[in-house]
Every structure is written in C-alpha cells, then in structure tokens.
Design a binder for this molecule. Structure first.
Ligand SMILES: [Mg+2]
Length: 393
C-alpha cells in the first residue's frame, strides 16, 4: 500500500513524478494538557496533584453548566470536559472547583503563541490550547529535538505542560499529539504513516465526528486501515467530498482534486437556553463553547473566516446583533472566541444600561469564508510520499 518516495532522477532527466514533499519540512502540533486547570494551578500550586475542575462550582447553586477542564487526578474519577457539572460533582466529591476565567486563559494562550514564534515564523492556532508550527529539520530526530525544546520551554518559562505530535503533515501530527497525551512527544516518520494510522479508529481523524463515524460503521468500517481498503468513490457516495478525502488520507495520499464547489459563504451556530440567562459569566461561557464548535467545523471544511458576528435573542423575542470584519482572514477558535466575546460584551453592556433583559438564544456567526490555504484544502495536507491513490487500488 505504501511505496517509498521516488528517488531523484539522474542528472539531466526530467522528473516524471511530482516532487515529494521537501523532507525538511515538519509540522509540530502542540496541545496544552488540561489547559484551563493548568492556567489556574500557576497561581494555586498547592492544588497540584489533586482533583481540580474548572467549571461552574456546584456550591453556587444548581447549574446547567458543564465541566470545561479537569485535572488528570479528577479524570481518574471519570470526570471529563463537557460532563454536566452536577454529575461531575457526584463522581468526584473531593474535587476543588474553580470558576472559569477566560481572559486569563486567553492571555496564557497568547504567551504560548508568542513563545512558539521563537521557533517558527508561522504559528497556526487551532483553538485556545492547540497550535501547529511548521519547522525545518533535516530528519525526524532533529524535528523531535525541536519538539523537546519547545515542550521544555513552555513548561519552564510558562509553567504549562504540553503534548506534541511531530509529522510531515498537520493531520498526522495532530493524531500523533492525541496519542502523546499527557506531556509526551510522538514522532511519526513519513514511512510510518500507514502503519501508524491503520489500527486507529476513524474517529482519530480530525473532523470525523459521531455522525461520520456512525455512517462508516453502518458499512462495517471502524478503523482507518479498513477505510483504506474502500474506493474513494464508494465512500464519497456516503459522505461526499469529505469521504473521498478520508480515503485518500487513510491511504497516505492526498485527495486527487481539491473540492471546487464554493459552499455557503457564512456559517453559524446557536444555543437556546433552557431558561433565559441573565448573567454575563454564563453568556461568556456559552459564546466560548459556540465559537469552539464553529471553529471546529470550519477546520473540518478547511475554511478561514474574515468576519465574525454575535446575535442575542432576548427574553421578549426581540433580537440584537453586532458583527465586525477582520483585517485579515483568520482560523482557529482563539481569534473567533476573543472577538465573539468582545462583540457579545458590547451587546450585553448596551442592553444592561438600557432595559436589562435576559438572553434566550445566543448565536455566533462567521462570514467572508475562504479556503484555508491556496495549495490544498482540509485533510489534504497529507504527503504524496506513499504513492498515488491509484497504486493502492
Ligand atoms: Mg488541550
């Protein structure tokens, strides 16, 4: 299924195949471990080594909120992010709860990004605690050495633990990061990609969520190796262009042709609260999670956004909205979350100084969508090192 990259042709002969990716370009995918919790532990070291949960403290009364981040000690009790806070409190009664402080986490995220800029001109944020950093290195060992320096630097200068995946493409680097957690480094050499990916569940592929997983399961596919045995057209019939890209990725090859359909020019996501919400803290938390959700689906589609909007539907069903155009297209949850919170705050303050209604429905929107990179789209940053898709048929 995988063949080594073509050798350089003898001098003077034209290349018959497109050039293999430059062997010195590696992608380091950095994911901070238990990020919100670790940000809090910087100022509360006495809690280190104990179960800590960032989320709406249950002591402050009944909540419909969820866990935003849990320390690894709390995870031993089954506490996970997105778990309802009331359930988490029952699973781990000894946990210390800390109310979320998003400005603190955004500041820490900026510190991490500026540190990463010491290692690469390009730092591509994917969420508040994840970023990809392309680096140049002559081989895998040299790429690993850079990852080790970054991990050490982030821990000693910023006090934050990070896991790092290293590969020649972002998608594989991200998948490697997930296996490196917590506080590890996982390197996947180009020739190891197929063997690395084959046993993993299809859910390990960034962008494959429960819906795609369920469709693939209906066709008897649970692992990436099984996905690789299907024809792109077959999977494309179930999942559209994304399905074809998935097969290409499972086979270690780029998709044959980038998607050319334009697609809608905006995306939005919204939440209607079970009861109208009258506190900024709850709205801020909801804006952050909507922004993260939206950024995730844009990432899956390989889209960047050039404008962000926030809309509130108030308890009396009237609606207010505010939007802003960015000076340059952005990607990832961090810039989206920061701007959406700012816009939401403006709407909220204007309302509170006037009528003071509560919020019924909240929506976050992105507009002016463009493809993320000129060269390729979404899952495509896979190396052509393993031969064309046809060789695997
Ligand atoms: Mg993380």
């Amino acid at each position: 299924m995988s063949t080594p990259p073509p050798a350089d042709p003898p001098e003077g002969l034209p290349r018959l195949a497109p050039p293999a990716p430059r062997p010195d370009r590696w992608v380091l995918y950095i994911d901070l471990d238990a990020f919100y919790v670790e940000c809090e532990l910087r100022s509360r070291p006495e809690l280190r080594g104990t179960p800590v949960i960032v989320g709406p403290p249950p002591s402050e009364g009944p909540t419909r909120g969820v866990v935003l981040s849990a320390s690894y000690e709390a995870r031993k009790f089954g506490v996970r992010s997105a778990l309802p806070a009331t359930l988490a409190a029952r699973l781990c009664p000894s946990a210390s709860w800390i109310a979320p402080d998003f400005p603190k986490y955004e500041a820490a995220s900026r510190e991490v990004r500026s540190l990463l800029h010491h290692y690469s001109d390009e730092v591509i944020p994917f969420s508040i605690d994840e970023a990809a950093v392309p680096v140049e290195a002559p081989n895998a060992d040299a790429a690993r050495a850079i990852a080790e320096r970054i991990q050490h630097d982030v821990r000693t200068t910023l006090g934050l633990p990070a896991s790092i995946g290293v590969a020649t493409t972002r998608v594989i680097a991200k998948m490697a990061t997930d296996l490196a957690k917590p506080a590890g480094i996982r390197v996947v050499r180009p020739e190891e990609v197929a063997a690395f990916a084959a046993p993993l569940p299809v859910r390990a592929i960034p962008g494959v969520g429960p819906k795609t997983d369920a469709i693939l399961r209906q066709h008897g596919i649970t692992t990436i190796g099984e996905l690789a045995t299907h024809r792109p057209g077959e999977v494309g019939a179930w999942l559209g262009g994304f399905g074809r890209e998935l097969v290409a990725l499972a086979r270690g090859a780029p998709s044959d042709a980038p998607e050319s359909d334009e697609g809608p020019r905006s995306r939005s996501t919204d939440r209607t609260f079970a009861e109208d919400v009258g506190t900024w803290a709850e709205i801020e938390t909801a804006i952050h999670s909507l922004a993260a959700e939206l950024a995730h689906s844009l990432e899956k589609e390989g889209l960047r956004y050039g404008a962000v909007g926030v809309a509130f539907r108030w308890s009396d069903f009237s609606r207010s909205q505010r939007s802003r155009t960015l000076s340059a297209a952005q990607e990832g949850a961090a810039p989206l979350g920061e701007l959406a919170v700012r816009l939401g705050r403006e709407l909220w303050e204007a309302e509170q100084s006037a009528r003071g209604r509560a919020v019924r429905t909240l929506s976050v929107r992105t507009e002016r969508l463009t493809e993320r990179t000129q060269r390729q789209v979404s899952l495509d940053d896979f190396p052509p090192a393993s031969g064309s898709a046809h060789s695997a048929l």
